[in-house]
Write a protein that binds this ligand. Structure first.
Ligand code: NAD
Ligand code: MG
Length: 396
């Protein structure tokens, strides 16, 4: 059966990798909708190649320009704009799969809409799950959606867990620990004094992966691993103590599961997101992804070390935010988004990213995270608080 897919965030790093995989399987997938914030020319090119029924540009002016250009090229794709249109194309009746690849909290509503309407949700947009874990997982259950992790580590864990893990649970599966691997980012081994002067250009230059700017900065601060710790807790119904972060600078092992008999099952491969994307698109079948074979003779060795919690406090903050429960992780995520943007604009130094998040978490009183209103309120509170702090910082 042909799968009908909506790609949310099709112009991004994950979005373009997804289209690369889809282009290799034209008979198995048809594209229903592609969406982007405002990159007209790339979305135009994607419409010409994949002929979606609908293209969504969140930005209204960009949508007008795209519509004109599509008409000029006789491409019949309809153009929509605004955030509601994202949720509509994520839940539209003909759609069977939704790639959730918008970055940040902006992806929450369309990703929830896909879950509620029972789609196969290919989850790259980890922030959506982190900010609304309980609600998100409830929406998946109630909507009878299929949730497949695309984040490479979670995809690896999913592959290394027993196939009946979801029904059997942790205790009956003989699992001792999940080993969540981390590359350590571009500043692995750096001390606080050196970190205080790093520039955005240095922070976004990841040693192994080519990714969007926001997740690249998150990888540099280790907040990406913090968000992934929370993501894993929700996806696999575990607590932070059941997960150990292992720094592995080559990013060849994408994560592992350790069993009570001493076995460790790892998923390995070249660091290329087309592997987890193809896994999610084809599951339970395997399909060609375009990723080259891992060459062990060239690789020669793999290295491992413990994370440096002193100079990279994000991991500890994330674990504590998950333990605190309620809307605390919503605040962690939103404060991080504001701080990373301020750092990328060169408004604050690198080390101020974790300071700002820490301050927001210290001031915040957690609330139950049982409704969308509660989530959005906490998200807004954190954004307002951090913007105020940033204003007072820049005034002094
Ligand atoms: P990116 O910045 O390259 O792309 C983001 C996409 O979202 C673009 O299509 C952009 O137009 C769209 N977008 C941005 N702001 C938006 C808004 N306000 N409203 C609607 N659309 C908006 O990001 P990316 O690196 O592809 O990451 C996407 C998601 O996947 C993130 O949540 C990231 O954490 C996750 N992820 C990425 C990678 C990777 O290798 N890039 C790996 C694992 C997980
Ligand atoms: Mg990851």
């Amino acid at each position: 059966m042909t799968q009908v897919i909506t790609v949310l965030g099709s112009t991004g790093s994950i979005g373009t990798s997804t289209l690369d995989v889809l282009a290799r399987h034209p008979d198995d997938f048809s594209v229903y909708a592609l969406t982007a914030y405002q990159q007209v020319d790339l979305l135009l090119q994607q419409c010409a190649q994949f002929k979606p029924q609908i293209a969504v540009m969140v930005d209204e002016d960009a949508a007008k320009v795209l519509a004109q250009k599509l008409r000029a090229e006789n491409i019949p794709t309809q153009v929509r704009s605004g955030h509601e249109a994202l949720a509509e194309v994520a839940s539209a009746e003909p759609v069977t799969q939704v790639m959730a690849a918008i970055v940040g909290a902006a992806g929450l509503l369309p990703t929830l809409a896909a879950a509620k309407s029972g789609k196969r949700v290919l989850l790259a947009n980890k922030e959506a799950l982190v900010m609304s874990g309980q609600l998100f997982m409830e929406s998946v259950r109630k909507g009878k959606a299929e949730l497949l992790p695309i984040d490479s580590e979670h995809n690896a864990i999913f592959q290394a867990l027993p196939a009946d893990f979801a029904s059997n649970g942790w205790e009956n599966s003989g699992i001792r620990k999940i080993l969540l691997t981390a590359s350590g980012g571009p500043f692995l081994g750096w001390q606080k004094a050196e970190l205080s002067n790093v520039t955005p250009a240095q922070a976004v230059k990841h040693p192994n992966w080519s990714m969007g700017q926001k997740i690249s900065v998150d990888s540099a601060t280790l907040m990406n691993k913090g968000l992934e710790l929370i993501e894993a807790c929700w996806l696999f119904h575990v607590q932070p103590e059941q997960i150990e972060v292992v720094v592995h600078p080559e990013s060849v092992i994408h994560s592992m599961v350790q069993y009570i008999d001493g076995s460790v099952i790892a998923q390995m491969g070249n660091p290329d997101m087309r592997t987890p994307i193809a896994y999610g698109l084809g599951w339970p079948a395997r399909m060609e992804s375009g990723v080259s074979n891992l060459d062990f003779f060239q690789l020669k060795q793999l290295n491992f070390e413990a994370p440096d919690h002193q100079n990279f406090p994000a991991l500890t903050m994330a674990a504590q935010a998950f333990k605190a429960g309620g809307t605390t992780a919503t605040v962690l995520n939103a404060a991080n988004e504001v701080a990373v943007e301020a750092f990328l604009r060169e408004q604050i130094p690198y080390t101020a990213i974790s300071d700002l998040i820490d301050q927001a978490l210290n001031v915040y009183n957690s609330r139950p995270a049982d409704s969308l209103e509660a989530i959005l309120e906490a998200d807004q509170w954190a954004r307002d608080y951090c913007c105020q702090r940033l204003q007072s910082l820049t005034q002094h």
